[in-house]
Design a protein around this ligand. Structure first.
Ligand code: FDA
Length: 305
């Protein structure tokens, strides 16, 4: 109930307009967001790299409705890739197709993201297409398969969500292409017709997708903070003789930093998703929805300071 209320609030632009200048809300966001500028984000990446953790930078922002905004977001991503390269940081980027104009037209989104992928290729880097709500799954996967992946097999990958009933079929499709997949549980409120309502089923589907990706896929990103699933990934890799450099664990900035460091110490690869920028409200609300206890946790920390 609280999860669905928080996810509902995440879509209310009017509330963001109201809270964005409230110090308390900004402070809560700073737990999960690496500042509002490229500089603050790159500094956060440098700190992670110093601990042996790589990163994926996400310029916060979701669906845009003007071509100028979409092109500006694309331009900023080119700059981010240039600056990652200039500082020799270990980081790639994550993009949302809707932030690059997909809701205006598929062609515009494709044109802009292709430029970003081309720049990533120039630096031997990588662009991950984040997955948004199920309304975008088909469009995103079709665009990826037909227009972005061919010719850029090493430089672009997708995300699949174990909450969706369709996901094992999508895993098979991606493995057939030999495309890189990040597997996550899924952060959006979805109808039971398309998604499993019970968390136990989401977790079971995650493990099934993860096993297939580890066995048959190409360098999967195992994106979760779920300790039972992480333990299962390690156990499965040992059982099947899958070397630790054939996959990576991924976590979110500010979440389970202890576990991030522990996993690196154990000899596994870890990538942290580092969001930054001024459009932090929907992102923050999704993080609170995942763990409503964060509201009390962050409020407590803020009050103590
Ligand atoms: P789960 O929600 O079961 O949590 C397991 C444990 O982790 C909890 O018990 C808690 O201790 C801890 N935890 C989880 N979330 C926390 C939080 N916010 N704060 C503190 N502790 C927390 N989703 C999507 O739909 N599209 C996408 O493209 C992506 N991309 C993405 C990239 C990366 C690198 C990650 C890690 C996650 C995503 N996600 C995503 C989000 C994902 O779908 C999911 O909502 C969150 O990862 C939370 O799910 P867990 O797998 O951690 O499990």
């Amino acid at each position: 109930m609280l999860r669905s209320s928080l996810l509902y609030l995440s879509r209310q632009q009017g509330i963001f307009d109201f809270v964005k200048n409230v110090g308390f809300a900004r402070k809560m966001a700073s737990r999960f967001v690496a500042g509002e500028t490229v500089n603050t984000a790159l500094d956060a990446v440098a700190q992670l790299n110093a601990k042996g953790i790589s990163a994926s930078l996400d310029l916060l922002g979701e669906s845009v409705h003007s071509e100028a905004e979409a092109r500006e977001t694309g331009r900023q991503y080119l700059e981010i890739l240039d600056r990652i390269h200039a500082r020799t940081l270990d980081a790639n980027v994550s993009v949302k197709l809707t932030a690059l104009g997909q809701d205006i037209s598929d062609d515009l989104g494709v044109e802009i993201v292709r430029d970003v992928i081309a720049r990533a290729k120039q630096y031997d880097s990588f662009v991950r297409l984040d997955m948004e709500s199920s309304a975008y799954t088909d469009r995103t996967l079709d665009t990826f398969e037909q227009k972005l992946f061919p010719g850029h097999e090493n430089n672009v990958g997708v995300v699949l969500q174990s909450s969706l009933r369709r996901t094992l079929a999508d895993v098979a499709r991606a493995n057939k292409l030999s495309a890189r997949v990040r597997i996550c549980k899924g952060a959006y409120l979805e109808p039971p017709a398309v998604a499993f309502p019970d968390k136990a089923d989401v977790d079971k589907n995650y493990v099934a997708a993860m096993h297939t990706l580890m066995l048959e896929g190409r360098y999967p990103g195992i994106a979760t903070h779920d300790e039972a699933i992480i333990a299962e990934a390690k156990r499965f890799a040992k059982e099947k003789g899958i070397a630790p450099d054939r996959f990576e664990f991924q976590m979110l900035y500010g979440v389970r930093r202890d576990l991030q460091e522990q996993i690196v110490k154990e000899g596994y690869r870890m990538r942290v998703y580092v969001p930054f920028g001024s459009q932090w409200y929907p992102y923050l609300m999704r993080r609170l929805a995942e763990r409503p206890a964060n509201i009390a946790f962050m409020a407590g920390n803020i009050v103590k300071e």
